[in-house]
Ligand binder design. Structure first.
Ligand SMILES: Nc1ncnc2c1ncn2[C@@H]1O[C@H](COP(=O)(O)OP(=O)(O)OP(=O)(O)O)[C@@H](O)[C@H]1O
Ligand SMILES: CC(C)(CO)[C@@H](O)C(=O)[O-]
Ligand code: BAL
Length: 274
């Protein structure tokens, strides 16, 4: 595996890549969710490129940029064990050589909902860095997790609307045995918070079961949140698979975000409306 941190090194590594090139973008602190993306890429593409960059542009002024976990040595060891070909680990000056970008990708109205409503500017920051990393890595295919479902949808929309010749593929959410969606931010949780964090996946499962029986998915999920008042619900919404209004029948998506102590977690599940 080649580890590169500059644009010329990345360009050289990219130029010598053969066949289908896949990219997996991350902010590091890799876990089995990231590993699933990398293994899928390894199985489906000839060259696998991993990017590790904690993007300051997508963090609000009071968010956790400074304390975001950074575990580079372990990340590179995991990537090596999966057979990643190139790891791009740019410092901030390499990604943003001219300082804060003046022009940013506008995520449109869907970027103002849910995560965008709670984290103003979040999707502008995400799509801007994803667009830059697409330009720098020029992949044929890119893998993103369904755990960040709204992010996946907006990246797909950006690829379509900006005519990017990139196949954006979603990978199902990897969970702990008890249902908690893996997330780098889980490592912030104290033991009691780790138990309370199960409220998110329990509420989503309750919502999905209720919906399958023709009952109200959101009401069923809210009932679960009500049992754990120490978990502060941000949103619990039923949408169509493209994040539009919930359909009357067929596939839908139930999305949630909540605060467990000082840690904000998100999760979502597919729901079938009879
Ligand atoms: N549990 C998971 N299952 C599948 N994909 C995941 C999972 N967690 C993260 N990913 C995906 O990995 C990629 C990189 O995500 P990121 O580095 O932000 O990790 P994260 O665990 O989501 O971190 P955070 O806790 O900061 O949200 C994204 O495409 C994200 O959707
Ligand atoms: C896509 C991403 C790497 C952009 O910084 C980030 O939002 C993430 O890790 O999901
Ligand atoms: N996992 C998406 C990136 C973020 O929450 O900042």
């Amino acid at each position: 595996m080649r580890v590169v941190g500059t644009r010329p090194e990345l360009a050289a590594a990219r130029a010598s890549s053969s066949g289908t090139v896949a990219v997996v973008m991350t902010m590091g602190a890799l876990h089995e969710g990231h590993a699933a993306l990398l293994r899928t890429a390894r199985a489906e593409a000839d060259t696998v490129l991993l990017t590790i960059f904690v993007n300051p542009l997508q963090f609000g002024p009071n968010e956790d940029f400074d304390r975001y976990p950074r575990t580079m040595d372990a990340d590179l060891a995991l990537a090596r064990s999966i057979g990643v070909d190139v790891a791009f680990t740019p410092p901030r000056e390499v990604m943003y050589p001219h300082g804060e970008p003046v022009v940013r990708v506008n995520p449109g109205p869907a970027g103002e909902l849910y995560e965008g409503a709670s984290r103003p500017g979040f999707f502008h920051g995400v799509l801007t860095v994803v667009n830059k990393l697409f330009q720098l890595t020029r992949p044929d295919v890119a893998y993103f997790g369904e755990k960040d479902y709204q992010q996946l949808g907006l990246i797909r929309a950006m690829a379509r609307d900006f005519d990017l010749p990139i196949d954006v593929r979603g990978v199902p959410t990897v969970r702990e045995a008890d249902g908690l969606a893996l997330s780098s931010r889980n490592r912030y949780l104290a033991p009691a918070e780790r138990s309370a964090a199960l409220t998110l996946s329990r509420a989503l499962r309750a919502g999905a079961s209720a919906a399958a029986e023709g009952a109200d998915a959101v009401a069923a999920g809210l009932a679960v949140f009500a049992e754990t008042p120490e978990v502060k619900l941000d949103y619990l919404v039923l949408t169509d698979p493209l994040l539009g209004p919930a359909p009357a029948h067929g596939p839908a998506r139930l999305l949630t975000a909540a605060w467990v102590g000082a840690t904000r977690l998100i999760d979502n599940v597919e729901v079938q409306l009879p």
